[in-house]
Design a protein around this ligand. Structure first.
Ligand code: GDP
Ligand code: MG
Length: 439
């Protein structure tokens, strides 16, 4: 019901157009959220500028407050900057499609190469083939071989004493002989970008002519990720990005920065060490993650669809006049029900999505039905005037609704608490409530 109240209150102070001061207030929060999410400073600055110019003077939608409307714009712009849609993996017209992994040491190239092979195998029935071209660390070749064995994908290697370009040349020949449809080349990384590494990667690129050069970036490196991405892209003109280690508590701001700085699409995200922990990148999901607000926008959109403005205004009016009764309560319950399963709605509230206490939350739609049954068993007079509800009336209602008397008592008690709260809100000032309800 909080959400309903929020909207009702939003209504009381709704304006037709977004003003400069609305924007200023909200943008301060947005800016902080972006910086906290490790979005590059310059990217934030440009982004805020875009949003501001779009927001000022924009119409405020019927069921939104100016703040919600700005958040909506921010979300839309975030999605736009990150590419709108999921970007598919490039595919060659004739086999094999060649994919080259590049990135700093420890970014997750070897792991991602194997995850991707596994994904192609499982989802596309493909026959991938991997080439171990990191000759600087003997352990790197073993690592790829072990992973390859796990997922049952062949790994080509010539040890550490052969030039990586030569390894790739021979590996490609073998893959063509065996008619594998995807070849994934795992390359070496360094702790920092250097000339020698870039030379080597450029030579491999020239020889292999990959359909896809996937830059693997560790999302936890935050600000540094932008420099790295720019460096690799300038030298190799990568075709896509994989953002790894998003399973931690990183907010994923690197996604926004990298996309903005390189213009290259993020194609996958790594969310764990297991072979199945590779997911397609969806700009809209990342946008909510960056803003750290669950699916707030979905929630707003739902409210927008389901919200009956006229009823809301009447309710707001009643709250002011302190005569919110059981008839209004019924209307509210029906509106909430129209929005979908209660647990889904609760999870969309900012800060609730990842709340462990809510993980297994199940709100039984029957509970709402029971509550409604109780209200339906009241006479019109009782609904308008809950004070009439003495013990004998309550027993009659319990019998009529088929609910236990304890449940009837509990429901009436909760209703009175709600009435009380509304009284306090309408008597006191609304400014305290605004912060509380996120309006
Ligand atoms: P490379 O040097 O670029 O080849 O990086 P590796 O593939 O060897 O990965 C370095 C470390 O990061 C390994 O311990 C991986 O298990 C780990 N790693 C890679 N991707 C992810 C990810 O998405 N999430 C987590 N938690 N760990 C990852
Ligand atoms: Mg490696």
């Amino acid at each position: 019901l909080t959400e309903r109240l929020q909207n009702a209150i939003g209504k009381l102070r709704r304006k037709g157009k977004i003003s400069e001061s609305d924007v200023k207030e909200v943008m301060r929060e947005i800016r902080l959220a972006l910086l906290e999410a490790d979005v590059n400073f310059k990217v934030v600055k440009d982004f805020v500028k875009t949003v501001r110019s779009r927001a000022i003077g924009a119409e405020v939608l019927e069921s939104l407050t100016p703040a919600q409307q700005i958040v909506k714009i921010v979300n839309e712009e975030l999605v736009k900057v990150m590419g709108e849609e999921a970007a598919p993996l490039n595919k060659s017209a004739k086999i094999p499609t060649i994919i080259m992994m590049v990135g700093l040491q420890g970014a997750g190239k070897t792991t991602t190469a194997s995850k991707l092979a596994n994904k192609l195998k499982k989802e596309k029935n493909a026959r991938p083939f991997m080439i171990a071209a990191d000759v600087y660390r003997p352990a790197a070749i073993d690592q790829l071989k072990i992973l390859g064995k796990d997922i049952d994908v062949p790994v080509f290697s010539l040890g550490v004493d052969v030039d990586p370009v030569e390894i790739v040349r021979q590996g490609l020949e073998e893959a063509k002989d065996k008619k594998n449809d995807y070849v994934i080349i795992d390359t070496a990384g360094r702790l920092q970008i250097d000339e020698k590494l870039m030379q080597e990667l450029s030579s491999i690129k020239e020889l292999a002519q990959p359909d896809e050069i996937l830059l693997t970036v560790d999302a936890m490196t935050g600000q540094n990720a932008v420099e790295v991405a720019k460096g690799f892209n300038d030298q190799l003109d990568v075709t896509g990005v994989v953002l790894t280690k998003l399973d931690g508590d990183t907010r994923g701001g690197a996604a926004l920065s990298i996309r903005a700085v390189t213009g290259k699409p993020i194609k996958f995200i790594g969310q764990g060490e297991k072979m199945t922990d590779l997911d397609v990148f969806y700009p809209d999901r990342m946008a909510s993650r960056i803003l750290g607000m669950g699916d707030m926008l979905t929630l707003i959109e739902k409210a927008q669809q389901e919200y009956d403005q006229k009823q809301a205004e009447e309710l707001a009016e009643k709250m002011r006049e302190n005569n919110f009764d059981f008839n209004d309560f019924l209307i509210q319950m029906e509106q909430v029900q129209n929005m979908g399963p209660m647990e889904d709605i609760i999870k969309m509230i900012p800060g609730m999505a990842n709340n462990p206490a809510l993980k297994n939350l199940k709100v039984d739609p029957k509970d709402i039905e029971h509550t409604k049954a109780i209200v339906y068993s009241m006479t019109p007079q009782e609904r308008e005037n809950p004070d009439l509800l003495n013990p004998s009336r309550r027993r009659r209602i319990a019998a009529g609704s088929g609910r236990p008397i304890q449940e009837v008592n509990r429901m009436i008690k909760q209703f009175k608490q709600m009435q009380d709260m509304m009284k306090k809100m309408s008597n006191g000032n609304f400014s305290g409530m605004e912060g509380l309800l996120g309006g």
